[in-house]
Design a protein around this ligand. Structure first.
Ligand code: MTE
Ligand code: HPA
Ligand code: MOS
Length: 780
């Protein structure tokens, strides 16, 4: 196997590992030695209480009574907290305030937290909480368990959304080919390795400190203050690192943060709340599953002339992030294709299940998925190679380049990117080889697919696109960087350190990035929408530049040289014909009373968005990519293997190719799991999520990595003025493994000589594959 990390060698000899270099993750040595402290590893203070949550056993019901006295009498129980104990407002929400912290009169899904148990012994708390059903009196109400049911009833968490361009009805009416279809796309669990956790410590004079595994410390601060009836300045939230977030800790880290803080305030003792895996999966939401109903009209060359699509997502019992997730899905239905006439509707169906939330891609992959299936079907109906249908529909570079939401695409590189991948993956020859193989192989079938990706980068809510940073240079010349972003394994701190090192002309060993802390940078956005480096990197560079400017002015005056002659590089400062060490300059500036620290700020330019008309420029730029996957399918057992996958991905000018390749590989395997393995199953009567542990919910493992897996970065530079002309990388490659799903679909389709569109659902488990094979055989 040609492992990309080999190609991207770490240069450990070079102390000046700055922009563009394969610097290893700042915590890599701690990760691999098991010494990187996560929230649960921080030593507990004396008097710490452990919290466990009692969960609703019913999907929907009137909460009549919680037997608090009975619960208090259980062994080891110190206190019980219910919704009545919330000092501030019990009704909250990330965007819409529609969910209780702890319910007072109604429970809305199996697994909803109803009360909290506190004990000095974590196991005692858990044992008491596990007996919830014995101490709850709930009168069951009818539950809505399926998004389709909610849609039929018109029951949504927010009003339906519409986005349109051109006259889709007229285009459909006059199209040479016109047909309709529907499709099911499953949801996905984030499965961060570190489950949700918060540790709340009461502070003097009514302050509250919360150590929290969160992508969004500022929102946790805000929500904790709201729950406690406090002002924001009373609440400090800190996060050094997460053991993964993947969107799941953008809003839903609030479950632990709020309840731990409420319990800490009521008891005046430190309180830790850590979910175990089952509780985490029963309580928190995940990627929305989508149901699509579509109609398409196209010509003989496979060009899409008109489309209409209804997207129905499973929002769960409250809004959480479902509205912007749906908005992003609508903004990604086009994926990389020009749609002259299109009409879309998005419905966030209200169901009595966990409230679904952000997950890497944030609806973008769901939207793009629908178009990829449509194009796949067009190819089959016309007897064309799906690649040729895709090529016929790609956005143009100077025309056919406006998205359905009115944004002109100014950085399109999809055609050269695909051309390069077609060549390096040998797509055309392998297509022939796959056909030849299938012609003589009745049981084993191969499939091949190429899928492009275009992903819009920026929060689709304009005001979130801002960031701050705080940079200190100490008198010894060492540098401490703090910024509003959070580290979840993606390498944000490493990239930000590289950019600050580059700006100050110092080696990385001089730079340390400290924990994210709401008392250092205020009003931050979530580290999300893949914008961590774009936003915080720019803010940190801005801060470093402020200090550098002061140093330059000081040195120019002191040595009587023009400012242009002063250069910062290799830990030295060249001042005219003098060379000073960076440490000497810092010491000298301190003695001369020059301010050696600064804040920095960044707000992404050029963005505007009208959420009523769903038109504007929601994205600063687009990231592109494409992947080819080849699979081998056993049509008797439904087992499937990815023989080879090639991905070519655009990260602009890479700040750190090794980290970027890691992100592309990670996203590829994670989304491949979504496409093939990871199945969520709610019990059709009780509404209980049955797949709430790794025993039944299967994420991919190392052995699922394709035998041949080639990941390459596309040579490019961002046309927009991003940090180092790089592009965001976290989420866009989640679209690439559609190639795996469509290759499986291609192999299933071969069973019916490519005459029938396989009704293959996501995830394409062996069971789903066998169902699809049966259907293809029956129809062929
Ligand atoms: N990579 C790791 N290792 N762990 C994570 O939790 N989250 C993803 C992506 N890559 C994640 C990750 C998600 S959902 C996002 S939005 C981005 O990282 C956030 O970080 P960034 O903006 O710094 O890329
Ligand atoms: N991504 C992640 N989180 C968000 C977004 C987004 O696009 N918009 C609002 N919150
Ligand atoms: Mo990522 S889903 O935007 O946290």
């Amino acid at each position: 196997m040609n492992h990309p990390i080999e190609a991207a060698k770490f240069d450990l000899q070079n102390p000046h590992q700055v922009a563009g270099q394969n610097v290893r993750h700042e915590s890599a040595h701690l990760h691999v030695t098991g010494t990187a402290p996560y929230t649960d590893d921080v030593p507990e203070l004396a008097g710490t209480l452990h919290c466990a949550l009692g969960l609703s056993p019913v999907a929907h019901g009137r909460l009549i009574k919680i037997d608090v006295d009975g619960l208090k009498a259980l062994p080891g129980v110190f206190a019980i907290i219910t919704g009545h104990d919330v000092p501030g407002d019990n009704i909250t929400g990330a965007i819409i305030e529609d969910e209780p912290i702890l319910p007072i009169d109604e429970v809305c899904h199996v697994g909803q937290p109803v009360f909290a148990v506190l004990s000095t012994d974590r196991e005692a708390a858990r044992r008491a909480a596990a007996r919830a059903k014995d101490f709850l009196e709930i009168e069951p109400l009818p539950a809505v368990l399926k998004p389709e049911e909610a849609h039929a009833m018109g029951s949504y968490v927010v009003p339906p959304m519409h986005m349109a361009r051109g006259d889709a009805d007229a285009a459909l009416a006059s199209a040479p080919h016109r047909w309709s279809g529907h499709f099911d796309l499953g949801g996905q669990e984030q499965f961060y390795l570190e489950s949700q956790i918060s540790y709340a410590v009461p502070k003097e004079n009514d302050g509250m400190y919360v150590l929290c595994s969160t992508q969004h410390p500022s929102e946790m601060q805000h929500l904790v203050a709201h729950a406690l009836g406090m002002q924001s300045h009373q609440v400090q939230v800190e996060c050094r690192r997460m053991g993964g977030g993947f969107g799941g800790k953008e809003s839903q880290s609030a479950y632990c943060a709020r309840i731990a803080a409420i319990a800490a305030q009521r008891t005046r003792r430190p309180v830790k709340l850590r979910f175990d895996r089952d509780d985490d999966m029963m309580i928190t939401g995940r990627r929305h599953c989508f149901y699509f109903d579509f109609e398409v009209g196209h010509d003989d060359a496979g060009r899409v002339l008109g489309t209409k699509v209804d997207m129905i997502s499973r929002a769960g019992f409250s809004a959480d992030m479902s509205p912007p997730v749906m908005a992003r899905a609508l903004c990604h239905f086009d994926n990389a294709y020009w749609l002259p006439a299109v009409s879309m509707a998005g419905y966030c169906a209200k169901t009595n299940t966990q409230s679904n939330t952000a997950f890497r891609g944030f609806g973008g992959p769901q939207g793009a998925f629908a178009m990829e299936v449509i194009l796949d079907n067009i190819a089959r109906k016309l007897g064309m190679d799906p690649l040729d249908v895709r090529l016929a529909n790609l956005y143009g570079e100077t025309e056919r380049n406006v998205t359905p939401y009115g944004q002109t695409i100014e950085d399109n590189v999809i055609r050269p990117l695909i051309d390069e991948l077609v060549a390096t993956s040998d797509y055309r020859a392998r297509r022939e080889a796959v056909s030849a193989f299938n012609a003589t192989s009745p049981v084993l079938k191969k499939g091949l697919a190429l899928v492009p990706c275009k992903f819009g980068v920026s929060f689709n809510l304009v005001h979130l696109n801002q960031a701050g940073a705080l940079v200190h240079i100490y008198a010894d010349g060492s540098v401490l960087v703090n910024h509003g972003g959070t580290e979840m394994g993606q390498g944000l701190n490493t990239k930000v350190a590289q950019m600050v090192a580059q700006t100050l002309g110092v080696s990385l060993s001089r730079i340390r990035v400290s924990a994210t802390d709401t008392t250092k940078v205020a009003n931050t956005s979530a580290t999300a929408a893949s914008t961590g480096t774009d936003l915080n990197g720019k803010a940190a560079v801005d801060a470093a530049n402020h200090i550098k400017g002061r140093l330059v002015a000081h040195l120019a005056a002191q040595y009587q040289v023009p400012v242009e002659t002063i250069r910062f590089a290799h830990d030295m400062v060249q001042v005219g014909d003098k060379a000073l060490t960076f440490a000497e300059v810092a010491q000298d500036a301190y003695v001369s009373r020059i301010q050696l620290w600064s804040d920095g700020f960044y707000a992404t330019p050029k963005l505007h968005w009208d959420r009523h008309t769903m038109q504007g420029r929601p994205f600063y730029y687009f990231a592109y990519g494409a992947a080819v996957a080849e699979v081998l399918l056993d049509t008797l057992t439904g087992e499937c293997k990815v023989l080879r996958a090639d991905a070519l991905h655009d990260v602009g000018q890479s700040i750190n190719p090794a980290l970027d390749i890691g992100q592309v590989e990670g996203a590829f395997i994670q989304a491949m799991g979504w496409m093939t393995n990871e199945e969520l199953y709610w019990h059709p009567q009780s509404g209980k999520l049955m797949t709430h542990a790794p025993s039944t919910y299967k994420i991919p493992t190392a052995s699922d990595v394709p035998a041949e897996f080639n990941v390459k970065l596309f040579q490019n530079r961002n046309v927009e003025d991003t940090v180092y002309r790089s592009k965001a990388v976290g989420e866009p490659p989640m679209i690439l493994p559609f190639s795996v799903f469509l290759a499986i679909r291609d192999a299933v389709s071969a069973v019916g000589q490519h005459r029938v569109d396989p009704p293959l659902r996501v995830p394409a488990t062996p069971e789903a594959i066998l169902d699809a094979i049966d259907a293809v055989k029956a129809a062929a």
